[in-house]
Design a protein around this ligand. Structure first.
Ligand SMILES: Nc1ncnc2c1ncn2[C@@H]1O[C@H](COP(=O)(O)OP(=O)(O)O)[C@@H](O)[C@H]1O
Ligand SMILES: O=C(O)C1=C[C@@H](OP(=O)(O)O)[C@@H](O)[C@H](O)C1
Ligand SMILES: [Mg+2]
Length: 173
């Protein structure tokens, strides 16, 4: 099986769904944010504070290229696809799946203190600015191989949809 890459805006469920999906497929999950944190020995928040977003984007791009190309589920961070070369890399190596969630649902999830605190981008932007970012990034996410509308679906239901959608891309079962 070629690696499955999950993309989408912050809070759409890439990390939660990816962990679940990897169990169902019996392949390891790799969260790009966690990979960067291990690589640098710092949290995402600390990297943003000490070196800035551009440095984080460089580490993120490197991390994506270090992860396996087969038998894995990779959960990207919401900004990874803004570098077009990352999106084209993932599309050329595996199957890219966009978890598309409406902004009001995302906003409600992201405004929980523990979620907001993990994501430095949310600490410096207004709701209007985050919405603008959401609209701008949608253009990139839409270039994925598969789009799943996730509104009102549980992580389990999203997994079922993904498993169904990836059948044409793989023949491991
Ligand atoms: N399908 C879902 N339904 C309800 N809540 C969800 C769903 N997917 C994720 N969440 C919640 O949203 C928050 C962000 O999820 P996470 O998996 O970290 O998203 P991402 O990695 O895309 O930023 C978490 O609190 C998680 O429990
Ligand atoms: O959208 C973004 O720019 C970011 C999303 C985060 O990952 P999640 O999408 O998993 O929250 C993380 O990579 C970092 O805080 C930046
Ligand atoms: Mg995540």
């Amino acid at each position: 099986m070629n690696t499955i890459y999950l993309v989408g805006f912050m809070g759409c469920g890439k990390t939660s769904v990816g962990n679940l999906l990897s169990k169902q497929l019996e392949v390891p999950p790799y969260d790009v944010d966690t990979t960067v944190e291990k690589l640098r020995g710092q949290t995402i928040k600390e990297i943003f504070a000490s070196e800035g977003e551009e440095a984080f984007r460089n580490y993120e791009s490197l991390a994506i290229r270090q992860l396996p190309l087969e038998n894995a589920v990779v959960m990207t961070g919401g900004g990874a696809v803004v570098r077009e070369e990352n999106l084209s890399y993932m599309k050329s190596k595996g199957t890219v799946i966009y978890l598309k969630t409406s902004f009001p649902i995302l906003w409600k999830r992201l405004m929980k203190e523990e979620e907001r605190n993990k994501r430095p981008i949310l600490l410096t932007k207004t709701k209007e600015e985050v919405f603008e970012l959401y609209q701008m990034r949608n253009e990139f996410y839409e270039k994925s191989d598969v789009t799943i509308i996730t509104d009102h679906l549980t992580a389990e239901e999203i997994c079922i949809r993904i498993l169904d959608e990836i059948k044409p891309f793989n023949s491991w079962k």
